[in-house]
Ligand binder design. Structure first.
Ligand code: IMP
Length: 422
């Protein structure tokens, strides 16, 4: 049996979707345990190119059962849309995807409040994806949430939803927004529930059966380590626990069953939204900026970019007990004459670590760089570690030495096949 958590060791967008799609070939269960449709995963395989936000990326492995745990918050429209898209691509989803009735539901007022709070914070805004994530998790832990299980009890649903819409309307109006109509929300969401009913099922017996039978589980984290509410760059974080411990509560898997933690690490750093980023490159005209620039899958925003920050990766490895690293996007570095890698931080002349600092302190550190030689050879068709140019191999070795975990896989292109296993 293996229970493998796949986590991002940076600020998300490390390429977890591709890695999960690759590793799902040997999985019996693929599962999401945290976050919501603020996540965006790009998966390219024989069925097509998919940008998915809620359904586990491992759904494309036809033998795998896909689970969306109670730790995930769900925007029903997004989920319905994804189920339809995947079904249209030729894959059977019904009977193979199960959604926990414990999952909380993103309501229209959550999305509106997300936008209003961001606007009210002005320059101090988090730069959220505006998908309602902060407000729905706030409702969850303040006992104001609505779950799928509520839809199975009409009286409970009517009472609870009515209270929430009235309460939220007061806040929305006070912040300059427009009142929402209860009847319209109810009608729309009852229709969503009707559509999703065949997928909603308590996961406990499914997970317990799998564990008892020694099956292989692949648990997909959404976002990245440094967006974690507790260990990330608070307040510039997301509203859920992103480290592997969340997989336990979010899916009902006891912590001692976790066998592997794979950190997906991009060969450089990106960040979407506000918050400190020590290795950020500000020169938008530079060759390296243009090379690293990417567009976020969920919001279409241009990601902030920077050199690889190994102080972050090292912290993520220790924090989550990472057993292997998958280094992604190595091919993007091809053609750079020199490559900088941040191997630590200094503040006021002293060496400091990520965990010594709060978010504002992290914004003041000076990265310590090690300079490495680049390479010109195309690496995108390399099939083994030995086939990579010496400079690329040195880069990989520096990552594993500084991070403290072995690089087991190297991704050299977006397709499933462009993956080197060591
Ligand atoms: P929220 O999760 O939409 O509330 O946004 C909070 C912060 O997390 C913002 O900086 C977002 O840009 C960031 N964020 C949320 N989801 C992702 C993701 O999947 N990739 C990268 N950044 C994300």
């Amino acid at each position: 049996m293996t229970v493998t958590a796949i986590i991002g060791s940076q600020w998300g967008d490390e390429g977890k979707g591709k890695v999960v799609d690759y590793l799902a070939e040997s999985a019996d269960y693929v599962a999401r345990f945290n976050g919501g449709n603020n996540a965006g995963h790009t998966v390219i395989n024989q069925y097509g190119t998919f940008k998915i936000h809620l359904v586990p990326s491992g759904i494309f492995a036809p033998q795998a059962v896909a689970l969306i745990g109670g730790g995930v918050v769900i925007d029903p429209e997004v989920l319905i849309d994804e189920i339809r898209t995947i079904t249209r691509s030729g894959l059977e989803v019904e009977g193979r995807l199960w959604v926990s009735p414990r999952a909380h539901i993103i309501m229209p007022y959550h999305k509106i409040l997300d936008g209003l709070y961001e606007a009210a914070k002005g320059a101090g805004a988090t730069g959220t994806t505006r998908r309602g994530i902060g407000p729905v998790f706030a409702d969850k832990v303040s006992y104001n949430g609505i779950r799928w299980s509520d839809f199975a009890r009409e009286k409970v649903l009517l009472e609870r939803l009515k209270t929430q819409v009235e309460l939220k309307n007061k806040i929305i109006v006070a912040l300059g927004g427009e009142r929402l109509d209860f009847d319209q929300i109810l009608e729309t969401y009852l229709a969503h529930y009707e559509t999703l009913m065949p997928f909603i099922r308590e996961l406990f017996p499914i997970v317990q059966d799998g564990l008892r039978q020694g099956k292989n589980f692949l648990l997909e984290q959404a976002m990245g380590t440094f967006l974690d509410t507790d260990w990330g760059t608070y307040p510039f974080v997301t509203a859920s626990t992103t480290i592997p411990s969340a997989a336990s509560a979010g899916l009902g898997i006891p912590p001692r069953f976790l066998t592997d933690v794979v950190a997906v690490t991009k060969a450089y750093t990106t960040r979407v939204g506000a918050g400190p980023m020590p290795t950020e490159i500000h020169d938008t005209e530079s060759e390296v900026y243009r090379r690293f620039a990417e567009t976020a899958v969920t919001t279409g925003r241009i990601r902030r970019v920077g050199w690889l920050d190994l102080e972050l990766v090292r912290t993520a490895v220790a924090l989550s007990g990472v057993t292997q690293i998958c280094l992604t996007k190595l091919d993007v570095l091809t053609g750079l004459r020199e490559i900088q890698v941040c191997i630590g931080y200094r503040l006021d002349g002293r060496e400091v670590h990520y965990t010594d600092l709060d978010s504002y302190g992290l914004g003041e550190v000076e990265p310590v760089y090690q300079q490495l030689a680049g390479w010109d050879e195309d690496v995108s068709r390399a099939e083994s570690f030995e086939a990579l140019p010496q400079a690329a191999r040195d880069y990989v070795k520096l990552v594993e030495h500084a991070a403290g975990a072995a690089v087991k896989w190297i991704s050299v292109g977006p397709e499933r096949s462009a993956t080197i296993t060591r």
